[in-house]
Design a protein. Structure first.
Length: 398
């Protein structure tokens, strides 16, 4: 899978790594992850390399990193070795999986569909078997969506669970480091290295299906899940019908858009102002610029919605501990889709991914649906500090 795969009549899916000489860093000779290889998304620092965030103009205006990101140091110290930097969508500010400079990382599970973004290269590298695991970041679904699309395991830990030192931010109150793996064992082993404080020790017996999320799926996707959920039957403790106002309530997705765009403008607005007009693709540029016009009233309204969802969801999780939802509501977008369809896809995705993003609660994606046309993931969501217990549950389930 290291080469490009030609898809007649449309754009070509590419290898997941940045072009040029492959970055490598050998891990310690012994450790909990000894012998494993991993890849690093291009918004995470590797010593001696420019962290380009998928954008050549950003790379040209920034210096090479003088040290590894803290999370990379932890993994290297436990014996894992870096074998490359992976493609991200520009500024990590999209969920499609298309970078106009470096191409479209291949989705090995569905080569005619996008891998999803923004951690598209990392998911692709894992799905194609080129690494044992890969690092990504998740602000609005950028680990969960590509994990679901590519049929691999992925985790967005609790907000604040991992150090963000050496990671280019997008929207700090949402940004989280996460990782992908091809097996639940490797996903959990990485967690044992990174999630070493304040973790729940008791094991979970299973999970509850959050019925409103499945009922809100389009008919085709609903049918796919109904067939595929049978494999988890013995671990399902029941279905939850409790109304959370999600995913039907668009106000939560709008709150996420408002807060994320404002934070992104605060972080990078000065750079965007100074950059040439064509330094960013139009859709990403418009999302940055939307952030500069967000007023105090809009921020207050968005934060009220965020707090409402967090309070309601906390009550649900305190009662049921772990709930399961579809990771995404739609099949992966087909390569060749134009901007109107891409925009609709982004809007629909955010109705699902905003749940963990707004609350800050951890979400783990596992492969569920696998048919001839696509892959779709099932997500487990729990309380902060329950990541390792959920990872152990997934080990038993899968």
């Amino acid at each position: 899978m290291s080469g490009a795969e030609s898809i007649p009549g449309i754009q070509t899916a590419q290898a997941p790594f940045l072009p040029g000489e492959r970055y490598q860093a050998r891990g310690a000779t012994a450790g909990k992850l000894s012998g494993l290889t991993f890849a690093v998304k291009d918004n995470i620092d590797l010593c001696g390399a420019i962290t380009g965030v998928g954008n050549p103009h950003w790379a040209a205006t920034h210096h090479a990193a003088t040290s590894h990101a803290e999370i990379v140091k932890q993994l290297l110290s436990e014996g894992a070795s870096v074998i490359g930097k992976t493609i991200t969508e520009e500024m990590a500010y999209s969920i499609i999986g298309d970078n106009r400079h470096f191409g479209i990382p291949l989705n090995p599970a569905s080569p005619h569909r996008f891998a999803g973004g923004s951690s598209s290269g990392s998911a692709s590298a894992v799905a194609s078997g080129q690494v044992d695991f890969a690092l990504g970041t998740d602000t609005a679904g950028s680990v969960r969506i590509p994990a679901s699309n590519c049929g691999v395991f992925g985790i967005r830990p609790n907000h604040g669970a991992l150090p963000m030192s050496g990671v280019v931010p997008l929207a700090p109150s949402f940004d989280v480091l996460g990782w992908f793996a091809n097996s639940p064992d490797i996903l959990a082993r990485v967690g044992e290295v990174l999630l070493n404080e304040g973790q729940r020790t008791a094991e979970f017996e299973g999970f509850h299906l959050f019925e409103p999320a499945f009922a809100a799926l389009p008919p085709d996707e609903q049918a796919l899940f109904e067939v595929s959920l049978g494999q988890f039957k013995e671990h399902c403790l029941g279905r939850v019908d409790q109304e959370l106002g999600w995913p039907a309530a668009s106000k939560y997705a709008q709150a996420h858009r408002t807060l994320q765009s404002r934070e992104a403008w605060v972080e990078h607005g000065s750079w965007v102002r100074q950059a040439p007009e064509d330094a960013l693709p139009p859709d990403i540029l418009s999302r940055f610029r939307a952030g500069r016009t967000v007023d105090t009233g809009a921020l207050e309204q968005a934060n009220e919605a965020r707090n409402e969802l967090r309070t309601n969801f906390l009550g649900l999780i305190n009662r049921f501990e772990v709930i399961a939802i579809p990771t995404v509501p739609l099949k992966p977008l087909k390569i060749g889709s134009r901007e109107p369809e891409r925009d609709r896809y982004r809007q629909e995705m955010l109705h699902w991914t905003c749940l963990a993003s707004l609350t800050g609660f951890p979400e783990i994606t596992v492969p569920c649906v696998a048919d001839d046309d696509c892959r779709l993931g099932l997500s487990l969501v729990g309380l902060p500090g329950s990541e390792q217990a959920m990872l152990n549950l997934i080990r038993r389930i899968m």
